[in-house]
Design a protein around this ligand. Structure first.
Ligand code: SF4
Length: 643
């Protein structure tokens, strides 16, 4: 039998079956370590930089192992890419008997019951949604998997989607008349029968936190679990191990009750009245907060008399609504489901009014019309760590950015992975030849007002030289992005691509097509973006990406760290900033033939002692503080027709 390492030799079946496959030493080392982990049923944390070929490094041992596996990716786009591109080609070449399956979150699947309901009550919907329902109905006849991502004629955030997909709250589960034809049920069944199931982190944690009570768990048990882009896990886990209650969910509940009154329960006038009262109190609750959308500390906000009064009103109207629904239990399945959800909301609502408990951050966020209150655990290590330790499965966590320097302890501590082995693989790129890092001299402090002018100066100097290549300007705040975007428009005639002007995918495609464009983006462009060749030859970063001191979750983590007697800056603030900068810097060199310049406009990188930690975690690019040297290198790249 062929060993895993043999698949990565130059004459292996992979070199003929996979176009462009070239074995690399770090890839072989990673695949061998994973095969060992799967056999021993242990845990492995492995950092593999871009260019290592980590996807094949985990797919080969998984496909060659006897057991079942779950692979979890950071986003739905990566999930699709793995399932439709990398996995089938490799499976066909080395393990054609293995069954693979793709499982997404509930909101990705058409809900036949809700589609039928929307059609029946079309007159209650807005004209736009009515038209979109017709479109969905037409597509529903053709679709095989019910994945609404295939509804290409509608925008990704089409208004109709919440009306034709289900939530844990409104799914009728086994009581549903469409249960046998349900796409979600079919997807779950296919996952149960598969050897390898591809999921994403959000679905994994939603499932683990047993949020999906409508069907119980969606993701089946597996012998091995592999997490790609694993640096995202601690934050995503906190999100799903927390609780939240929002005005939008309660409004939906009230609206559904009103539709039921107008259609099937016409004698239940009291239900309509209770729904109106609930809707009114929810509006007042939102109005008790400042008009501009914001995030804030719920524990503090809750002390304000107008907020207390508005919250008390919501409690009262919710109770009245639940009493009315309870009085009609058994008359209609949808009403029964509304009652159950209302009781659950009341429970979470009560929980979130008691903010004296420790170990959590209590925070709220508002949009122009809605408010959501969250309770987020400050630590997930105990819960996740014991889940991993008691699972009897093997666990692999991989990403290009897990270690700080060569140290994995920050990541393993956050997830409670005390027993995990770690592996840090060298990059296959010749960074010192391929790229240059510049921290320009004579910059003001990042918070000083003059910083905007300096940043614009650096950017325009870069654009003057980088005529043939693309430039990314990555920001840590939307405000700075907007200010630079406004001024840059008047300073350059190069095509500008500003985050927020269209969706991320389109913006990126237009930027690549332009060839020498300038893309201005915040956090979502710091990672998961792969632009190769001359389309991206310079990345400018405005400042070190420390979390905002106004973030209530960060504030709570700092407070918690102090209470534990530890030092918050090094324990809480520094590690995620190092990982974020590493991610941002990682946009530049994506291929062994890529060349480019990274400019970080924050002198703290070289003047503060902690700057060393950032530098030790960045790719070993040639370094300079002289901007003209960086511009010369950029000019050289621009003159090189092969780059
Ligand atoms: S079982 Fe749930 S998701 Fe499936 S069709 Fe019925 S309500 Fe929709």
């Amino acid at each position: 039998m062929t060993s895993v390492a043999e698949y990565f030799q130059s004459d292996s079946v992979l070199t003929t079956a996979l176009p462009g496959f070239a074995p690399r030493p770090a890839q072989t080392e990673m695949a061998t370590a994973i095969a060992k982990t799967l056999k021993a049923k242990t845990q492995l944390v492995v950092e593999a930089e871009t260019g290592t070929g980590k996807t094949y490094a985990y797919l080969v041992p998984i496909l060659k192992s006897k057991g079942s596996a779950i692979i979890s990716t950071g986003t739905k786009a990566l999930q699709e890419q793995l399932y439709h591109r990398d996995l089938p080609a490799l499976r066909d070449a080395i393990a054609p008997q293995k069954q693979v399956s793709l499982l997404k979150g509930r909101s990705n699947y058409l809900c036949l019951h809700r589609l039928a309901q929307s059609q029946a009550h079309a007159s209650e919907l807005s004209p736009t949604v009515q038209k979109q329902v017709v479109e969905v109905k037409r597509w529903a006849v053709r679709t095989e998997d019910g994945d609404v991502g295939g509804l290409s004629s509608l925008p990704e955030d089409a208004e109709v989607l919440p009306h034709v997909t289900s939530t844990v709250d409104n799914c009728l589960g086994r009581d549903c008349p469409d249960y046998d034809d349900c796409y979600l049920v079919k997807a779950r069944k296919s996952a149960l029968e598969a050897d390898v199931v591809v999921v994403n982190h959000h679905l994994f944690f939603a499932d683990m936190a047993l949020k999906d009570v409508g069907f119980g768990e969606l993701i089946p048990h597996a012998d091995a679990l592999v997490f790609d882009e694993a640096h995202q896990l601690p934050d995503i886990a906190s999100q799903y191990f927390g609780e939240a209650v929002g005005s939008r969910q309660l409004q939906e509940l009230a609206q559904e009750a009103k539709v039921l009154y107008l259609t099937e329960l016409k004698d239940l006038r009291q239900l309509d009245k209770a729904a109106d009262k609930l809707l009114g109190s929810l509006r007042d609750w939102r109005l008790a907060f400042p008009v501009d959308p914001q995030r804030g500390n719920w524990r503090q906000a809750q002390q304000q008399p107008q907020i207390q009064e508005a919250a008390a009103q919501v409690s009262e109207t919710m109770q009245f609504f639940a009493d009315v629904a309870k009085g009609a239990l058994g008359r209609n399945q949808d009403l029964d489901s509304i009652y159950e959800r209302c009781v659950q909301f009341m429970h979470t609502w009560e929980l979130l009014q008691n903010t004296q408990r420790t170990g959590f951050s209590f925070w709220f966020e508002t949009t122009p019309r809605q408010i959501t209150v969250h309770q987020t655990p400050l630590q997930v290590a105990d819960k996740f760590g014991s889940y991993v330790a008691n699972s009897e499965s093997s666990w692999v966590f991989t990403s290009a950015t897990l270690a700080i320097g060569k140290d994995f302890s920050h990541f393993t501590r956050l997830l409670g992975l005390d027993q995990a082995a770690t592996l840090c693989l060298p990059s296959p790129f010749a960074f010192a030849e391929q790229g240059m890092l510049c921290v320009p001299r004579y910059l003001p402090q990042p918070h000083e007002r003059e910083m905007l002018d300096h940043l614009l100066q650096v950017t325009t100097q870069v654009l003057d030289v980088n005529q043939q290549g693309g430039t990314f300007v990555l920001f840590t705040s939307h405000r700075m992005l907007q200010r630079v975007a406004e001024r840059l428009e008047t300073l350059t005639d190069r095509p500008l691509f500003v985050q927020g002007s269209t969706n991320k995918r389109e913006l990126l495609a237009d930027f690549i097509a332009a060839g020498n464009g300038v893309l201005l983006g915040t956090s979502s462009f710091w990672e998961g973006v792969d632009v190769r060749g001359k389309a991206l030859t310079c990345v400018i970063i405005d400042k070190l990406p420390f979390g905002s001191p106004d973030d209530p979750l960060l504030q709570a983590r700092i407070e918690d760290c102090r209470l534990r007697g530890a030092e918050p800056f090094t324990q809480v603030q520094l590690p995620p900033a190092v990982i974020a900068l590493k991610q941002g810097a990682g946009r530049l060199i994506r291929d062994s033939s890529d060349r480019g310049v990274l400019i970080v406009c924050d002198q703290r990188l070289v003047t503060k002692p902690y700057g060393q930690l950032f530098l030790a975690s960045l790719p070993p690019l040639r370094r300079t503080r002289d901007l003209s040297q960086a511009l010369d290198f950029l000019a050289e790249i621009n003159g090189d027709s092969s780059a």
